[in-house]
Design a protein around this ligand. Structure first.
Ligand code: C2E
Ligand code: MG
Ligand code: MG
Length: 564
């Protein structure tokens, strides 16, 4: 402690009194512990305070002085945001002045003639300590950029409101900026900050009419806890209008999620739900406001349950891989060419859960890697087994999630898989969904190139569902395009879809890659695709995804045809 005092600069104290003798006495008392500066009237004092606003710890202020009185100083300081952070102790001989001084914002008073030295020192040091503590709290309490509460304080206050005034119905509201990182990247951080400040200010003005509190929770995410409102669309429109005014060149879209008051639901849960609703509004520029409803609650509960049950699912072999055949349709009769491995979850209570219900959830939680690794391992083992039993090399495609691509050990792991199972690199094909390619084109390009160098073939899944450009496509070193099934669905009855399918087949020809049509259910669809030059087909017309033992029947049938 002693050491600390020696290296730290002493705190700065300003003594303001028109009588030199008073300045001398106080200086003498304080000098050993503080650096002391002096002023002889209010004006001098204010000048000094403005010049040292960040390093002045306290002011001892006489009230009756020429030029400018202590009262006038107190009044000026009270109006000034920066100066008002400096605590002031008033020096007074008059009991009656004490109350006025305290009302004007003085922190304490010292009576003249001066008290015992120790008492004065104790008062000065206590007020400095209190003020520093208060400043520390206020900097942790409010967000520097917007002046709204920070996350922890917000929830602290929200919990108090919830606990002490449970009779008041308060809603939870979350406001977010669409693609804020893009706004930052394209227009600079200063502009991004301007957007956030504008939202902060608009929320504050909303709260002038509505009772509530608000926080910037992180980056571009704002939480508001306020008395239940009838018209949130109006609130959102009001916030949106303010940000629209920021720049004619940048379009900024806000979205809002609301969790209406519900008896007994704590703020933290209320805001989880409001956030879930807000996430549902993501990208929906037409309807950027979502109110949490029971469907979302059901979905949330189901998600929670699935996440909880995932470990058991793995241990108890509830996860199984099914195989859907892909047929080469350019030969007659069509020939079994390969298969796609697809995951299924047989839940003991919920029955069969389709991947559409849990894959996106696991992708969002970073858990999908575990499932994918399981499917890859299972597929590689199966390929080896079928080769062993039937003497055939039937390639199986596995799906790669977008998050797998960020795993630096991906290529190595897949190579091990091939080596460990003693199969060929061409036997495991990799399906990468189109949107993953467009989202991270550069990274994808690199990973795909390395996978192909290792000997793997790449199939672009769900092609046509995203927004890939011809440019990106011609750069992306893929082997097969898998046409999204929505093109195939109406091909028999819709001329536009037929033309689109022809266009995709032309693109594939230009890129010199094969095309697989997914979701083929009828003979009519099959005929049109075959006549258009499509190479392979996958769909219910030939077979649904099958468990391995049923898939083996297809293999046996194929082998029988070959023998004849
Ligand atoms: P996908 O990779 O595009 O798989 C094709 C989906 O189309 C499969 O749905 C399949 O059952 C379905 N399908 C096939 N033929 C037809 C048809 O004729 N009509 C209709 N209506 N549907 C057909 P599934 O198995 O429900 O899988 C959905 C998606 O879940 C897959 O789309 C894939 O993106 C993902 N998925 C499935 N298994 C895995 C996995 O092991 N790992 C990862 N990462 N994703 C998987
Ligand atoms: Mg697929
Ligand atoms: Mg697909």
């Amino acid at each position: 402690m002693i050491q600390k005092q020696q290296i730290q600069r002493p705190q700065l104290v300003l003594v303001v009194d028109d009588f030199e003798i008073n300045r001398d006495i106080l200086g003498m008392i304080l000098e050993d512990d503080y650096e002391v500066a002096y002023a002889a009237d209010g004006k001098e004092a204010l000048d000094f305070m403005r010049a040292h606003v960040h390093d002045l710890s306290i002011v001892l202020l006489d009230l009756i002085m020429p030029v400018m009185t202590g009262f006038e100083v107190l009044e000026t300081v009270r109006e000034d945001e920066l100066l008002s952070a400096i605590p002031i102790i008033v020096l007074t001989a008059e009991k009656s002045a004490e109350l006025t001084a305290l009302q004007l914002g003085a922190a304490d008073f010292i009576t003249k003639p001066f008290d015992v030295h120790e008492v004065i020192l104790a008062r000065v040091s206590r007020i400095i300590e209190l003020s520093e503590g208060r400043q520390l709290i206020s900097s942790a309490e409010t967000d520097r950029l917007t002046g709204l509460y920070t996350r922890n304080f917000f929830f602290e206050y929200a919990n108090r409101l919830f606990t002490y005034h449970p009779e008041r119905h308060r809603d939870a509201i979350v406001v977010d900026v669409e693609q804020f990182h893009t706004i930052n990247a394209l227009n600079g951080r200063d502009f991004g900050d301007k957007v956030l400040r504008c939202i902060g200010d608009s929320i504050k003005s909303c709260l002038e009419h509505v009772e509530g509190i608000a926080a910037r929770i992180e980056d571009d995410c704002f939480d508001i806890y306020c008395t239940a409102q009838d018209d949130y669309a109006k609130m959102l429109a009001c916030l949106q209008e303010k940000v629209n005014g920021l720049s004619p060149f940048v379009s900024i879209h806000l979205r809002m999620g609301v969790m209406p008051w519900h008896e007994g639901v704590e703020p933290i849960v209320m805001f989880d739900r409001a956030r879930a609703a807000c996430n549902m509004a993501r990208g929906n520029f037409q309807y950027p406001l979502k109110v949490f409803n029971s469907n979302m609650l059901d979905r949330e509960l189901l998600n929670q349950r699935l996440l909880n049950d995932l470990q058991a699912a793995r241990n108890e072999r509830q996860l199984r891989v099914v195989y859907q055949p892909k047929y080469d349709i350019q030969c007659s009769p069509p020939r079994l060419a390969s298969a796609e491995a697809l995951i299924r979850w047989w839940h003991p209570d919920l029955g069969m859960i389709s991947p559409g219900d849990f894959i996106p959830l696991l992708e969002g939680n970073g858990l999908i890697g575990v499932i994918d690794a399981f499917v890859w391992q299972e597929a590689a083992r199966q390929v080896a087994e079928w080769r062993e039993i039937y003497g055939i090399d039937l390639p199986v495609s596995v799906n790669l999630s977008r998050t797998d691509v960020f795993d630096p050990t991906l290529v190595e792991r897949l190579m091990h898989l091939i080596e460990d199972n003693g199969i060929d690199y061409k036997s495991i094909k990799l399906e990468v969904t189109e949107s993953a390619c467009t989202d991270n084109a550069a990274q994808m390009l690199d990973v795909i190139a390395r996978l192909r160098d290792a000997g793997f073939q790449i199939e672009m899944d769900d092609f046509g569902s995203g927004y890939s450009s011809l440019n990106m496509l011609s750069d992306m070193p893929i082997d097969v395009l898998k046409m999204d099934m929505r093109f195939v669905r109406n091909i028999e009855h819709n001329a536009t879809d037929r033309r689109l399918v022809t266009l995709i087949l032309d693109i594939a020809k230009y890129l010199e890659v094969k095309v697989i049509a997914e979701g083929v259910e009828t003979e009519g669809q099959l005929d049109l695709l075959r006549d258009g030059g499509c190479d392979l087909v996958q769909g219910f017309y030939f077979s649904r995804p099958l468990p391995p033992e049923e898939f083996e029947e297809l293999i046996k049938r194929e082998l029988a045809i070959e023998r004849n």
